[in-house]
Ligand binder design. Sequence first.
Ligand code: NAP
Length: 308
Amino acid sequence: MKKRQASALYTFGDLQNWREVTRKVQPSVRLGVFGDPVAHSLSPKIQNAALQHHKIDMQYATFQIAPDELADGLRFARELDFVGLNLTVPHKIVALDRVDGVDLTARKIGAINTVALREGKLLGFNTDAVAFSRAIREEFAVDLRDLRVMVLGAGGAARAIATQCGMEGCERLVIANRTLEKANQLVEQLREYFVGPRVLGPVARLQAITWEESAFRFQIANIDLVVNATPVGLNRTDPSPIPARLLAPHLMIYDTVYAHGRTPFVTAGLEAGARAANGLSMLLHQGALSFQTWFGREAPVDVMRQAL
Ligand code: NAP
């Protein structure tokens, strides 16, 4: 049959009439990303490049799935014989209770971004955490264990990043979140990683802080890497999550947001003389690790990078 591309965006309604909606699509869609919003996702680009490279006869598509559609969406994916899924905002945490099994690290993180279907069961994994570590090494040629890190946010991405920092034994970890309570909870969950002695001077090795300029200002001198794990920057008109005037040349700035290339945070960092990178490298590596989880073989990282 002649090849016919999948649509740019499917909805929950499409999943309900899947056989009819995709009657002419060839090869069939058996992978995808669920999110809301999700239209901006670059995952189809990198995954379809990897599938073509390995001559795997299927397509990866984008699915606009609202929070109240997630459980049924996952059920459809199982019934329609999907191979796997990626999950993005806002599904990563809730999905933990919507799958049949969760990998140990993902359970520890408390969020999943990858679902694999094995023998009719939905299994949850988290590839964001290791992808973040690879991205930092690639962008700045440093290891997390040598860094004092401040994470902005306490949602799905922040939990993966902060847990990876803990597992790799980073020097210091500060979590800033708009809802302080969530940052406090995350700190409590990570305490076991920060019990060892380190000489850090007057600052705490692990702490949650309020989302306030004065709190950021107090921390910056004792931080090497600031990571934005909030959606601030997804819209072109968003401000930098931390005011530009607080940023300093000694910092590394990593923005998990990758929309529109130079995000407001990256721009602010560069203007302050800091090194800065957007989240494309993390996207690439989480995608490569998801591909490995689904197919049990090495992902063609360079081909996927090229596709971006
Ligand atoms: P999430 O679970 O919904 O968490 C969002 C976090 O951002 C929460 O901590 C929330 O604070 C905070 N937040 C939301 N709006 C804010 C605002 N206007 N000001 C300050 N804080 C705000 O989302 P997620 O899954 O962690 O994803 C967050 C972002 O990470 C995504 O938008 C995406 O761009 C990025 N990401 C990138 C990659 C990559 O591969 N590059 C991978 C994963 C995620 P509250 O707790 O107060 O609500």
